[in-house]
Design a protein around this ligand. Structure first.
Ligand code: AMP
Length: 190
């Protein structure tokens, strides 16, 4: 295992198991989990100004503006724990403008890999129907999946062009997928 702080972007549709796997990876690598969805949900439950702005957007399955997201992430990545201990980014970037911002913060050599946890649309739909989170209305689920295709899928090519994209099959048991992720990350970090 390399000593350099880990800097991994985890991509994947809603319901791909990204959050669960990110939490396991964070423990395994003793690094920091930066989940923009978790940060926004915390702001909503604390009733901060950001939370008040974000709630309706999130409930509708829309994306919070790039300006807001870029500001939140820039602030978080500047904290000493991330600088020292690295990061697994979960849910960011989600748009090309966010990806540009990330490279601006970390530098073009500052990202080890963007790992796409690949799970087909029909499978994520079944999983989301089963988990029943309050913001998982059928309309919001469809909207989020459509936005993923429109806004986030182009990032696969974006990272691919920079030699940073790794695709990991997200089907199988949690442990199988985790082992594949670790193997992919080790390979990317050489
Ligand atoms: P998640 O838990 O990553 O699925 O995020 C939940 C919701 O928070 C999303 O449906 C968006 O409304 C919002 N959100 C999280 N991350 C971002 C982001 N990087 N850009 C825009 N909106 C985001």
């Amino acid at each position: 295992m390399s000593d350099r702080p880990l800097r991994i972007v985890l991509l994947g549709r809603q319901g791909s198991g990204k959050g669960t796997q990110a939490a396991r990876l964070v423990e395994y690598y003793n690094t920091n989990h930066v989940s923009t969805g978790d940060m926004l949900r915390a702001a909503v439950s604390e009733g901060t100004e950001l939370g008040l702005k974000a709630k309706a957007v999130m409930d509708a399955g829309e994306l919070v503006s790039d300006d807001i997201m870029n500001g939140i992430v820039a602030e978080r990545l500047a904290k000493p724990d991330v600088e020292k201990g690295g990061v697994i980014l979960d849910g960011f970037p989600r748009t090309p403008a966010q990806a540009d911002t990330l490279v601006g913060i970390l530098g073009s050599d500052g990202i080890d890999a963007a790992v796409n946890l690949d799970v087909p649309v029909d499978v994520v739909k079944q999983r989301m129907a089963a988990r029943g989170r309050p913001d998982d209305t059928p309309e919001a689920i469809d909207r989020r999946l459509a936005l993923y295709e429109q806004e986030t899928e182009p990032l696969l090519e974006w990272f691919g062009q920079r030699g940073l994209l790794v695709v990991v099959d997200g089907l199988g048991t949690e442990a199988e997928v985790f082992d594949r992720l670790v193997a992919a990350i080790e390979m990317a970090r050489g």
